[in-house]
Design a protein around this ligand. Structure first.
Ligand code: 5GP
Ligand code: MN
Length: 327
């Protein structure tokens, strides 16, 4: 796949990622947006993402993201990043109306891609890593030094650190680390970026994390842990879903835990589920069964019913996998 070839002759290009965008989604989409602006100077290029009170403020061009989805018309080329078409939210209409569609993703649950042109690589640490590899391998008359810059490098780096937990998770490969080593040579304050976009939490985010840990329940002899934050508690603390990022990861850090499940209420009898596992459980398989998806060690879905309905249904699947490994 060559980016320059894909966008050749296009006068309008759209880019989007999944609903509730995370660091990799925002990073990969921003990196591709900035790159295409460099190589297609005459094209009208739009980047659509849902707005989030996020910690991505270091990205200089954040204000160029269209969060209103009011643009009318159809795109010559449309890129769906870090997801299949089903989680594009309002951008799905742009995808459906585009002349040429492209899907770049690393989710194992996105099996064959959803577009005319697909690049789905589950072994990649992040969609951002795939974008950087595509930029390097692009067939463009401009030399790489002129096609890349510190802003693109920063966007890719943010995506990588978020999806790898700062190069900690098993999705980190030699290629990820080699790419990161190249990226920091473009010159940005990476220790500060890691601290501010990944580790730092607001007071409220820390309080809700504390609450989730306090009220967590262990089951299956401590091999599973679950915690749930309901609507009333979210309203009490004044938090939105983005403030709950990282809670599932913290639950997985607890010694002896094979599988961590975090739920937050999204409606009357509706919960968003985040699952994390260590080496025993394939949570992508479980999330996919319930209509969601993700990665082997981090996945999610939305479920209907009470908290107990959700956890009873999920635990049957978790138990089956943990049990199978013990036989
Ligand atoms: P998180 O638990 O942080 O929301 O998501 C973990 C991983 O699972 C991310 O890669 C995310 O994109 C994916 N994921 C979360 N929820 C869903 C969902 O409802 N459907 C799909 N396909 N993937 C999801
Ligand atoms: Mn990702």
């Amino acid at each position: 796949m060559k980016l320059t070839e894909i966008v050749r002759g296009a006068s309008s290009i759209g880019i989007s990622g999944h609903i509730r965008p995370d660091g990799d989604c925002t990073g990969s989409a921003m990196a591709l947006f900035l790159y295409l602006k460099k190589i297609c100077k005459d094209a009208d290029i739009h980047l659509f993402l849902e707005s989030r009170q996020d910690t991505m403020t270091d990205m200089k061009y954040l204000s160029q993201i269209d969060t209103s989805y009011e643009w009318e018309g159809s795109f010559d080329v449309f890129f769906a990043l870090d997801t299949a078409k089903d989680r594009l939210g309002k951008a799905e209409a742009y995808f459906d109306g585009a002349k040429k569609t492209v899907n770049i993703d690393h989710h194992v649950s996105n099996q064959n891609g959803c577009a005319q042109i697909n690049y789905v690589e589950p072994k990649a640490s992040s969609t951002s890593e795939l974008i950087y590899e595509l930029i390097k391998a692009d067939d463009n008359p401009l030399p790489l030094k002129e096609r890349m810059d510190a802003d693109i490098a920063l966007a890719v780096y943010i995506g990588m650190i978020h999806d790898t937990g700062v190069f900690q998770y098993s999705n980190t490969t030699g290629r990820t680390l080699a790419d990161a080593a190249e990226l920091i040579t473009y010159g940005f304050d990476f220790p500060r970026i890691i601290e501010e976009t990944f580790y730092q939490k607001t007071y409220i985010q820390s309080q809700i994390l504390g609450r989730a840990l306090l009220e967590s329940i262990q089951f299956m002899d401590g091999r599973c842990i679950v915690s749930c934050i309901d609507r009333k508690t979210m309203d009490f603390y004044g938090v939105n879903p983005a403030d709950l990022d990282g809670i599932a990861n913290q639950l997985r850090n607890i010694k002896g835990v094979d599988c961590a499940v975090f739920l937050y209420q999204t409606g009357l009898m509706e919960y968003k589920i985040s699952m994390r596992s260590n080496d025993r459980v394939d949570v992508s398989r479980i999330a996919s069964y319930f209509g969601g998806g993700g990665h082997v060690r981090a996945a999610g879905c939305t479920m209907k019913g009470t908290f107990h309905d959700c956890i009873n249904n999920l635990s049957l699947h978790i138990e089956k996998q943990i049990g199978a490994k013990h036989d």
